[in-house]
Design a protein around this ligand. Sequence first.
Ligand code: AMP
Length: 298
Amino acid sequence: MTDVDLLRTRADLTRLEPLRAAAAPLVLVPTMGALHAGHLALVRRARELGDPVVSIFVNPTQFAAGEDFAAYPRDLERDLALLEPLGVAAVFAPAVDEMYARDGGVMVQPGPAAQGLCGGRRPGHFAGVLTIVLKLLHLIRPEIAIFGRKDAQQCLVIAEMVRDLDVPVRLLDLPTVREPDGLAMSSRNAYLSPAGRRRARCLSDALAAARTALEAGERAPARLAAAMAAALAAADSVEYAEVRRVPDLAVPARAEGRLLLAVAARIEPARLIDNLVVQVDAGGVRETSLLDDREATA
Ligand code: AMP
């Protein structure tokens, strides 16, 4: 057991009241658990900004039938032990019934940023994400919520909801934490065999190839996409390799301004994604944030 205050029910959330009265802001880090160094980087930033509350909930409404909801790794004790040294104020880990009392309830319909990429490949996914995120924001009422740039489209779809539905929260997107070979940390990397794990670096290699091409002056989105697709030949199948404009995710005529380089591919049973956000202008190519908050790149 750990000393982290574990909140399991809505009623338990009253234990957040003393934190709400404190001067430091409540900072929410939503996760699905199976925590890794990427999640922990978000929590550390939350600790710098205020009192972190981490939610751990494998959200059934964002998984389609046939996806990995049942197989998704779950280990609450291990997650709590990882969070304990980080000064987490509380962990909210509700049961599915606690969050969804009935089937077929109201869902949040995503805006235009959900078109294409993961939104195109996973129908209903972002409605599930937005619904759970809005519920968590209402229940926990943080002043700040932190998300990972690794799930770039998710960040932009959430930012669109927060803006369009006037949700009173400040959003931050933080950089992707990677394994030494470049693979983005993900709870789903656990699905890979050692051989699959070696091949999985092709996603970050694809982003690096597009970045190298941009640095060499390539500005044609189709040729950048082709460079990414070539690197993804090592995957079992490719879902997408695209260049999009940030923040509206429109397909740009030329690869200039703030861009998202986005890839998704399957390796063994794992569906993996990776993203890189770059600013491309006369000064060259540099990595940047998705959201405009000045803190975002810290
Ligand atoms: P998940 O548990 O996969 O739903 O992720 C919870 C949060 O952690 C999301 O905001 C993710 O974007 C973020 N995240 C996941 N992987 C990484 C990573 N490798 N680096 C930074 N943030 C991440």
